[in-house]
Design a protein around this ligand. Sequence first.
Ligand SMILES: [Zn+2]
Length: 151
Amino acid sequence: MAEHHFQLVPVDPRFYPAPDAIDTAQAVVRALIPSAEEVHASCRPGIHFFDAGEGFEEPKCPFCDADTAPWWSDAMSDAWDGTHFNELRITTPCCGASTSLDQLRYPNGDRFGSFIIEAALADPAENPSSEQISQLQSILGCQLVAYWITR
Ligand SMILES: [Zn+2]
């Protein structure tokens, strides 16, 4: 059976919410998604890659639509400093655009971030409304991306 997880990640991959705000947001997510087996928040130094679950595909270049498969994993290795990602800025080999790894188009919705809230093993029918996401944005003090993944 497919397992669904709800994830909430700041748009800015370097953003850390305040500890009190994290506790409050976690409680709100728990109330919005009561089916979740577990709601946890993770806040770690440095930037991490949150894969969107099964069926990974390399991203596309947002400027010229090229497939990044020939260079993406090397660019990821260059940006990895052993425990986290440091510098996401890249120049795309396909079209020479100045951008960053988190700005590429990930077809499955993979994300970069320092902070994530996940409601694990939850029912996707309990999808928070855009008003509820706005409420979470004001609690955490940042713009958020909310999505479901399957693992
Ligand atoms: Zn390109």
